[in-house]
Design a protein around this ligand. Sequence first.
Ligand SMILES: CC(C)(COP(=O)(O)OP(=O)(O)OC[C@H]1O[C@@H](n2cnc3c(N)ncnc32)[C@H](O)[C@@H]1OP(=O)(O)O)[C@@H](O)C(=O)NCCC(=O)NCCS
Length: 435
Amino acid sequence: MSKLKEKLAKKIEEHRPRTTRLVKEYGDVVVGDVKISQVIGGMRGVKCLVTDISYLDPYEGIRFRGYTIPEIMEKLPKPEGAEMPYVEGHLYLLLTGDIPTEEDVMEVVEEFKSRKKVPQYVYDVLRTMPRDTHPMTMFSAAILAMQRESVFAKAYKEGTANKMNYWEFMYEDVMNLLAKLPEIGAYIYRMKYKGDTPIPSNPDLDFGADFAHMMGIDKPYDDVMRMYFILHSDHESGNVSAHTTHLVASALSDAYYSLSAGLNGLAGPLHGLANQEVLRWIQNLMKSMGDRVPTKEELEKYCWDTLNSGHVIPGYGHAVLRKTDPRYTAQREFALKHLPDDPLFKTVSLLYEVVPPILEKHGKAKNPWPNVDAHSGVIQWYYGVREYDFYTVLFGIGRALGVLSNITWDRALGYPIERPKSLTTDMLEEIAGIK
Ligand SMILES: CC(C)(COP(=O)(O)OP(=O)(O)OC[C@H]1O[C@@H](n2cnc3c(N)ncnc32)[C@H](O)[C@@H]1OP(=O)(O)O)[C@@H](O)C(=O)NCCC(=O)NCCS
């Protein structure tokens, strides 16, 4: 058993009595009421999920296992000469709740190396798809195609899996799957956009560096991707990709089925696809200006035109956040250091000044501030990844770290199949006293 798995086993043993006690002794304690507006309105704010892996405060933003983004960037071990931490160390933190030592991280790096070979049939599946298929469809299909590898599904079928050890099989699937994602993502990129010239993985490199290598992009893109994967990893449990992955896994579907489903949700324009939308939206504007940075007035007009035509301003607003997303801020700081004079970055910075007051005046969005997607594409564009259709795949590789950590814990804590109750409109009218 790997040291990470051993540590996780110990953490799970310690945690289980807390969950059991809450259910058995305090199961009837009321957490909150539910209003009709919440029943109809996408369950906004209904407290009905539990996770210890990350928590999203509306004003402070995300904390991973209790640590803010700046704390994560400072405390997690980094490769020699790198600005950003090992992705493997972040996974260790998400799974165990502890900041790993350098030695702990190197063990995860090694564990990934031994699990990262992608089966040939995955490439065959990808190559059979029409080349104009969206890269998210390819990514999700590649993951789903690998379901036959599931150790969890096999153990369940053979009867060796039970409620107490489900998580151990889930862990195997999660690690096998995560180790392969950078190669699958980079393969799709090189096949689809770079004249079908995939670059083989370099076994000596860590998660972020190997991804940069397979994309064919020089330093500091390895750091860009370490930062990117860490920032996108988790955003507590109610967002579409996290919730979907958790929901599907609650039926005891394995990690392959569950992640593929979660990614299909991430592919929506109101969720992960927003980073592609941001770039498309800004590019359209800059093209109409002859590729120059627009003036503040031009930008204001463009924002109002977007709103008045009934569209959202991509990259702004959030269902939970009520301030600038710290994931936006982390990327902005990176850009200020590495690409301060880039015209696209200048436009994005100008948008940061222009959009919030406009959204406030517009009076609809509860949060006028930028979210992570408002910045993600700019840095990718600068380092040469200009095929913005691909950006959600990058988000998906990062998001897998969080959602797969979550479903490992879901099985460890014995969370049951999810099954909320629905009502009819008649019933709601009766509850409202209008029928
Ligand atoms: C993220 C998002 C889906 C959250 O949705 P939400 O929780 O329903 O947000 P709100 O409660 O603030 O929405 C209230 C109203 O403001 C509108 N609104 C929210 N964000 C907006 C934006 N960026 N531009 C224009 N209008 C916006 C909503 O469409 C909604 O309008 P409606 O009443 O006509 O349906 C929404 O802010 C959005 O569409 N943003 C743009 C897409 C994006 O950046 N997504 C990535 C999220 S990480």
